[in-house]
Design a binder for this molecule. Sequence first.
Ligand code: DQA
Length: 144
Amino acid sequence: MRRILVLNGPNLSRLGSREPDVYGSVSWDELVSELESMSSSTTSIDVRQTDSESEMISWLHEAIDESCDVVLNPAAFTHYSYAIRDAVAMVSQAELSVIEVHISNPHAREEFRHNSVIAGVSRGVIAGFGVESYRLALVALGVK
Ligand code: DQA
């Protein structure tokens, strides 16, 4: 069974009520069930969220140990976490895919959001399509 981890960073569990003009009205629980329903008899999709950098890093290590591709919304970690960048680099080095996703388009927002320290070690980046960004990333990984 192929396993894909969909990992989410800080504040994303507040989707639905957090800045709906930026992130839309789909709630976290709705997003989780929509993405997990893309699982099939051959692929399981495991959606998680953490506010902790340490927990995120342990999940990226798990991706290496269990050979899982990753869809990653690092949230604010995107812009400053070299520790997460280093963990993502190890996943990519293990010939697994990490696709960075964002609900909003960070390039159309405040200056500090324009830089991603993760993008350079990811396979690709999908941003700005609302929660559809996640589905597009799963399609890019071959999930139908
Ligand atoms: C985000 C964009 C980040 O800049 C922000 O810190 C987030 C969410 C997005 O999905 O659009 O928390 O990653």
